[in-house]
Design a protein around this ligand. Structure first.
Ligand code: NM2
Ligand code: OGA
Ligand code: ZN
Length: 383
């Protein structure tokens, strides 16, 4: 609850006091730009109707008061009075005291290891997820928190993976097709289309932007071997940072290069770091794929030895069984990974039987949008 509003800096800032004793400062310019009235934002679609240039550069707060759980502010020289709900101010407060450390992630991201995850893999049945918004919401929210989830009870038939992407958004079509067959082939265009084991990796780091989600579904898997595993790249990156901060700095500040030119007419190239941080130090993307790493030419000569040592250590941690969650996909099962975070691997396979998986890419922004909309709907229903 909002208790107090104190104008400061000759009206250029305001300090709000909350019932729990905490305080949060806001700027007059910020508040004016984010006003919620129907002259500033369209009542219909919520989009902003004004530009920054419509706001006087010398905007100040002339008067402010707390009225019925909201903050009422009058801006000069516009002589405009608007109200901000306390809950909105609290949700949008930016006056943090602690600076965030490089590699930080938000509270919604939960890192995991084998110990915390092997016996609680998030999963849902397809029938329940497609008929019950609550079940779908829980499944999507697991993808947001942990970066992967399993789906059971799909039809064990070609194209079933589209049913999974249809639950939340859209397939991202690439040179591999709308979806692709993952099975051992003669003259494979990609090592995924063999019976070789695949080291834990993220897909398509040679693409920019990288596909943010991958779905792999199983139609048949009666071979010996061919188990799947997933590794939380954010957990591994944090472990590397803890034991070797300089190595983490090198992998996150020097670009790697990735390339795929395995089929005719395709030559994909990207230049991005293996551990990508956003401008404010947020850990935003892991790119790790031994098969498509190109020669690294953007590390200073003096740092290359340390860079390779960090790359090796990162790989050792990725292969450390304590980070690895394993399962064997059966016909009618699929899993989804956040391809910006969670790596996936498969064991080699051979012997009798057949292994036929299908894969596709999809966009995480659409998944998060569907999740937010489901959560918003539940919140409104509860009110
Ligand atoms: N496939 C399965 O990123 C990669 O090259 C991994 C991708 C061929 C679409 C395999
Ligand atoms: C892939 C892949 C794993 C598997 O197709 O990208 O990693 O289990 N496949 O075949
Ligand atoms: Zn893959």
């Amino acid at each position: 609850m909002l208790t107090q509003a104190l104008i400061g800096d000759e009206g250029r800032t305001i300090e709000l006091g909350w019932k729990d004793g905490s305080r949060s400062r806001f700027h007059a310019m910020w508040l004016r730009d984010n006003a919620l009235d129907d002259k500033t934002r369209s009542a219909g679609n919520g989009q902003r109707l004004i530009t920054i240039l419509d706001i006087p550069a010398d905007t100040r707060i002339g008067a402010a008061s707390v009225k019925g759980g909201a903050l009422e502010v009058s801006f000069v020289p516009e002589q405009k009075t608007v109200s901000f709900p306390a809950a909105w101010l609290s949700a949008n407060a930016y006056d943090r005291d602690a600076a965030r450390q490089p590699g930080w992630t938000d509270e919604a991201t939960v890192r995991w290891t084998k110990a915390s995850m092997q016996n609680s893999v998030p999963r849902a049945g397809y029938a329940a997820a497609s008929h019950d918004r609550a079940v779908l919401g829980q499944w999507l929210s697991a993808v947001k928190a942990y970066g992967f989830a399993v789906m059971d009870d799909l039809p064990a038939e070609s194209g079933a993976l589209c049913k999974v992407s249809d639950l939340f958004g859209y397939i991202r079509e690439t040179n591999y097709g709308r979806w692709f067959e993952v099975r051992a082939e003669v003259n494979p265009s990609n090592l995924a289309y063999t019976n070789l084991g695949l080291q834990a990796h993220t897909d398509n780091p040679y693409r920019d932007p990288v596909p943010t989600l991958q779905i792999l579904s199983c139609i048949e898997n009666t071979v010996e071997g061919g188990e799947s595993s997933v590794v939380d790249g954010f957990a591994v990156a944090a472990a590397l940072q803890a034991e070797n901060p300089e190595g983490f700095r090198l992998l996150s500040s020097c670009p790697a290069r990735f390339e795929y030119a395995g089929s005719s007419g395709v030559r994909l190239q990207a230049k991005r770091p293996m551990i990508e941080l956003g401008p404010d130090g947020e850990l935003i993307c892991i790119r790790f794929n031994n098969r498509s790493l190109a020669p690294t030419v953007d590390v200073p000569f003096a740092d290359m030895e340390a860079y390779y040592a960090a790359y090796r250590r990162f790989a050792e941690l990725i292969e450390d069984p304590s980070f690895e969650v394993t399962f064997k996909l059966e016909a009618g099962q699929a899993f989804i990974v956040d391809n910006t975070r969670v790596m996936h691997a498969r064991k080699a396979f051979s012997g009798t039987g057949k292994r036929w998986l299908q894969g596709c890419y999809a966009d995480k922004d659409g998944l998060l949008s569907t999740l937010a909309s489901i959560e918003h709907g539940f919140k409104e229903a509860a009110e």
